[in-house]
Design a protein. Sequence first.
Length: 106
Amino acid sequence: MSQTRRILMSPTLARLISAALVIVALAMPGAAAADCYIHYKAKRDTPKYGLHYGIVRSSGSCPSSPERAVRSRISSGGWVVLGIVKVTNSPPTASELEFAKQHYYR
């Protein structure tokens, strides 16, 4: 029984556990920032003229062409991208979600 206790308390095992915890801790922020949020402005001429501010969530890292990513999500409704406002890994704030309303595409 004393041998088992020595093995569990060995410095080598403690170092291995510490290294594993460091690796897990470093990996966690990357997992939390996995999604990309693209804020944009768009317009539509037909059937009825309209302007809107919206947010598109893209899984994974931010795309190299955020405008193309937004266009592929909104063009079926007749919307045209006017401009990209912001590209970030931070989720939208409550006020941004309120402003985007139904134009928050997940």
